[in-house]
Design a binder for this molecule. Structure first.
Ligand code: PRT
Ligand code: ZN
Length: 285
């Protein structure tokens, strides 16, 4: 039977979370530091460890079937690949930056100027959209030093904390793209591999959903049950079980991580006690 070839970054900012995601999907494979390829021991898959920039091409050419990499790379390289899932990790933004002392009003500042970047396609696209004519100087790394050495008036680079820009005397002036890790795949996947991709995507989305929800258990006075159930919709509706003694019930449900504190405050207001909130490992809807 054919195996699904999954490409992940060999070493870098995406590696750890990519491996963790596969682990959360219960896809096991032997560890080996210098391995470039490893066969899963419990899923029909092979893991390819690559440089992130090479992943789109490998997928387009059918050498890998599916991969995990930054949206920034996917959008820059313009290969024929499908984005299947946003993963929420390795978040960053592609931004234009200029020396801190620059009197910057708007992007027309860049008219006739030179911008250093490792993202020439996205930079040009942004400038064209804004009707600006600027020269793009492609450099593959350490872009942030370009203005300081007189190579360019500004840069377009990835930013996460802003620390690198700050320590190089630069300020962020416009964001071109908000990025995060994504799952991408070959749009013309062989028929016998499609069920494997779907299986993988199903596991990934179940894992991601679980991260956004919590399981909640609490004791509720029976006379307040109706109000408490109203703030706890659950996946269908909450489970309610009578306690062995007194006019109390045990209520079990699922809540969104984002609504968490607001829901807890309301529950306490309605007299809920013994509230337990526990993580969910997988969530199948
Ligand atoms: O060797 P390989 O080619 O595989 O790795 P790489 O060196 O090209 O990539 P890597 O590991 O640095 O980044 C992989 C992916 O992580 C990127 O494509 C992004 O999708 C994502 N990511 C998230 C980042 C950052 N945050 C980030 N901060 N990639 C790079 N940076 C760099 C940025 O270029 C700048 O130099 O970090 C610096 C800015 O960080 P702050 O925190 O100082 O703002
Ligand atoms: Zn790279």
């Amino acid at each position: 039977m054919n195996k699904l070839r999954i490409a992940i970054q060999k070493s870098g900012r995406l590696s750890e979370d990519s491996l963790k995601l596969l682990k959360d999907c219960s896809i096991k494979f032997p560890k080996g530091k210098n391995k470039l390829i490893a066969s899963s021991t419990n899923f029909p898959a092979e893991i390819l460890y690559l440089r992130d920039d090479d992943i789109p091409q490998y997928i387009e050419e059918g050498i890998a079937d599916v991969g995990i990499l930054g949206l920034n790379v996917v959008q820059e390289v313009q290969k024929n690949i499908t984005i299947n899932q946003y993963l929420g990790f390795s978040r960053c933004r592609l931004s234009l930056a200029v020396p801190r002392e620059t009197n910057f009003r708007d992007v027309s500042f860049f008219e006739g100027k030179k911008i250093a970047t490792s993202y020439p396609f996205l930079t040009r696209q942004f400038l064209e959209k804004n009707g600006i004519n600027a020269e793009i100087e492609y450099i593959s790394g350490s872009v942030e030093i370009a203005p300081g050495i007189g190579l360019a008036s500004g840069i377009c680079d990835l930013v996460s904390t802003g620390g690198t820009l700050f320590s190089n005397g630069l300020k962020e002036v416009a964001t071109i793209l908000e990025s995060e890790a994504v799952v991408v795949s070959n749009p013309d996947l062989a028929e016998d591999k499609k069920p494997l991709l779907n299986k993988l995507l199903f596991r990934i989305s179940s894992t991601l959903k679980a991260k956004n929800y919590k399981y909640i258990l609490l004791n509720a006075p029976n006379k307040q049950l109706e109000k408490i159930i109203e703030v706890l919709p659950g996946m269908k509706s909450p489970t309610v079980m009578p306690l062995a003694s007194g006019d109390w019930s045990s209520v079990h449900s699922v809540i969104k991580e984002n609504d968490f504190w607001e829901v807890i405050d309301q529950l306490r207001e309605y007299g809920a006690q013994g509230i337990l909130v526990v993580p969910i490992e997988k969530m199948i809807l």
